[in-house]
Design a protein around this ligand. Structure first.
Ligand code: KG4
Ligand code: ZN
Length: 478
């Protein structure tokens, strides 16, 4: 994802707690049953339960309904579960089909390369239109490549936030249409949780608790993952994410943006001298785990202006000296941006080990984690702290449907899902979309003043919603 021209969705961004009575009504009516034809497990939802759920929609459209106790969830046979994941939170339209045992049956991505190059970033309206044009085909291709039809699915998972409201809506609408037409449960997925949890598909040993640095175009967070859905945010960015800084650097250096800016900067940096331009490492004096990339962006812009680099002249047409200048800036920027990550990660690991001494792994994921320099530098930091680095392969670091399907599977297994939506929903139906949706609760020691001012229209975090739902469920059971 490149810099967002930020829009907040006019759709719902409010607290959706499920009333305890709704749990009481919902719980007895969903049971898992084995479908012998496809050897899969599917919750059977009685017609009477559907009408009860209809009444909940005023409060909850895609808020998860916990219908299985943890004891019941063991009955789910991993091989039998098959989930379709849909992702449209930014500029990639992605879908994938994943089995409960982690087998990826298909993965399809349609990216908006030409639009990125044309607008120099993601323009929400154009991105929404591009998603709408391809979503049906992307989902159909994912099913075809998996050699399955909708009838073979156990559930549909879809990203409901954070992201661009207009874009999220396209994916959620498609997911609900598929789920409604085929009577499938639906799981609303947090995009950043999906970036973290896809590492558990790749690395079988990765169990909770673990740490995760999630670095993308719109987000830059470091979290302690206590268990599924339970995260403490140790640090976040006070302004821009690192991916945004890569994307702007690429744009100002006249690089080809069709694959997004990051890969272009990484490639050009290989030709440059990373110590030739002396950029300052951000937030040196802040003894916390927060990040800032806006100042570094400005330093890069000033260096580019000082060397009279013309972004309108593509790097491929630049003179040898001009190209060399651009490569030096790319390499120096990358070195300092990653140094900033390294410094904050070192401190975050110390904090996390005090909170959860049994941590063995640190996950680094999100688009920027596909960068080889990022991976090797962070590997040194993590190994020095006697932890193991887990980085998904690049195709699973950048936005994809697999991470959404897998995260949907993880929550589905413990009973967090919504019942099938009605087969027909009006076009103007108000979906529960969460454009600004924190993953975890902020660690008090790590709170940044700069950040705490920017809380308007932020949805309650995933962690707080799950905690509230769990405690309501406990109350109704006692
Ligand atoms: O996770 P992602 O695909 O989408 C968001 O959720 O934002 O991340 C996209 C970001 C973009 O800013 C892109 O330039 C950056 O990840 N990125 C990279 C690399 N590949 C993608 N940044 C640096 N090096 C890369 N190789
Ligand atoms: Zn992402």
């Amino acid at each position: 994802m490149v810099r967002l021209f930020h829009t907040l969705s006019p759709a719902i961004s409010r607290l959706n707690f499920i009333h305890p009575r709704i749990f009481l009504a919902a719980s007895p009516s969903i049971r898992l049953q084995r479908n012998h034809v496809h050897n899969k497990l599917k919750p059977k939802i009685s017609p009477s339960s559907s009408s009860k759920f209809q009444r909940t929609r005023a409060y909850s459209t895609t808020t998860r309904v916990s219908s299985l106790t943890k004891r019941e969830s063991w009955k789910l046979d991993d091989d039998g579960l098959v989930v379709l994941g849909i992702e449209t939170s930014c500029d990639d339209t992605a879908a994938a089909v994943v089995r409960g045992n982690g087998e990826i049956l298909s993965q399809v991505i349609s990216s908006q390369a030409e639009l990125l190059a044309q607008y120099g970033g993601v323009a929400p309206k154009q991105a929404e239109e591009a998603h709408s044009r391809v979503i049906d085909k992307v989902v159909q291709d994912a099913l075809d490549r998996a050699n399955l039809t909708e009838k073979d699915l156990s559930a549909v998972a879809v990203t409901i936030g954070p992201g661009l409201g207009l874009c999220l809506r396209v994916g959620v609408q498609k997911a609900r249409r598929v789920a409604g037409a085929f009577n499938l449960p639906i799981v609303g997925v947090h995009h950043m949780e999906a970036h973290a949890l896809v590492a558990r598909l790749v690395e079988q040993d990765l169990s909770f608790p673990f740490m995760a640095l999630l670095i993308s175009g719109g987000h830059n967070i470091i979290v302690l993952a206590h268990e599924l859905g339970q995260y403490t945010q140790l640090g976040t960015t006070v302004d821009d994410a690192i991916g945004e800084a890569f994307d702007k650097t690429a744009k100002w250096l006249g690089l080809d943006l069709r694959r997004s800016g990051g890969p272009a900067v990484e490639e050009l940096a290989l030709e440059g001298d990373s110590k030739s331009v002396m950029f300052n490492v951000p937030m040196k004096n802040h003894k916390d785990c927060n990040f800032s990339f806006a100042g570094l962006k400005t330093q890069v812009r000033l260096a580019i202006e000082a060397r009279k680099i013309d972004a309108k002249c593509p790097v491929s047409s630049a003179t040898r000296e001009d190209r060399r200048n651009r490569a030096d800036i790319a390499a120096s920027f990358q070195r300092v941006a990653v140094l900033h990550l390294e410094e904050k990660c070192e401190r975050a690991i110390d904090w996390a080990l005090k909170l959860e001494p049994s941590i063995k792994h640190m996950v680094v994921s999100g688009g920027v984690a596909s960068n080889q320099y990022v991976r090797s530098r962070l590997n040194n930091i993590v190994e020095n702290k006697n932890l193991k680095l887990v980085c998904p392969p690049p195709s699973l670091c950048t936005d994809n449907g697999v991470m959404v399907a897998w995260t949907g599977l993880e929550h589905f297994r413990v009973g967090r899902f919504d019942p099938p939506p009605p087969a027909i929903e009006p076009d103007d139906y108000v979906y529960d979309l969460r454009p600004r949706w924190p993953l975890g609760e902020e660690y008090a020691q790590g709170r940044s003043e700069a950040r705490s001012l920017r809380t308007a229209r932020v949805h309650p975090s995933l962690t707080s919603i799950i905690r509230a739902a769990d405690s309501l469920q406990q109350q109704t059971q006692t």
